[in-house]
Ligand binder design. Sequence first.
Ligand SMILES: [Zn+2]
Length: 293
Amino acid sequence: MILGLDVGGTRVKAGVLAGEALRAFQMFPRPEAPEALVEELRRRFGDLSRLAGVGLAIAGLVQAERLVQAPNLPRSWWQSRREYEEIFGLPVRMENDVNAALAGEMMVGAGKGAESAVLVALGTGVGGALWLKGRLWKGVGLAGEVGHMPLAPLSGPVCRCGNRGCVEAYLGGWAVARWIETNRAQGRIPADIHTPEDLATRESPRIQAFWDHYGTVLGQVVVALLHLLDVERVLVGGGLSRAWSRFAPAMQNVLETMLLSREFRRFSVEPVAHPEKAGVLGAALLFKMGGDA
Ligand SMILES: [Zn+2]
């Protein structure tokens, strides 16, 4: 049995992989340091020494088996695989969380059966990952930064990264939250709408116009990805993918009108199958596969 972990800015997700099934999936607040996580895991899962190892998905840049950059994690988490092996007392395989989520989807989720895919993760930020010819494509470590592909570099809104017109400045949860705030303050949407989740469940012409615009922008991103990579699947994940039914029609419309050689392409755009668990699953499955998948 392998322990899968997905360590994010605010939460840890954990589960035990037995065969291809995930058991005892749990979610809890992220402890301040990895040593405290081990204590928490012992309380929740019992003796860890019976496990074959740990697949660790983590929210940051993993290079040469070391977490080297993680804006949402304290420095105590910036460790190497070897250091994590000492902390857990078990063999560890580390992977960036979005990469791990895509690996999970490819092996036991919405990407199953495909040789190539892109994941667009619509969370507070916009993440991405690439799977080409049956394995993760990481570049030198940073591949898949879909959120910071420039869409409108001269005229677009300012992004958290400091550039203008990034994908994230249109599609990220923080950008949606800002739209909600502005429109609520102007009385253009009901006063009890606070989060993107609220916005996904409410109906009004103005709200639908927002989701149509959202889908149009996402459609353009998908067109850019398909023109560059011609992958078989584009998977859409992250919290905002719950609004799929609101933005997918506008997105499909863009694909139909903008994609070159559409009739020759063999692709589908789909929501992920395991929005909460893919990172845990992927981290554990990558550990099981061994090597540098
Ligand atoms: Zn940016």
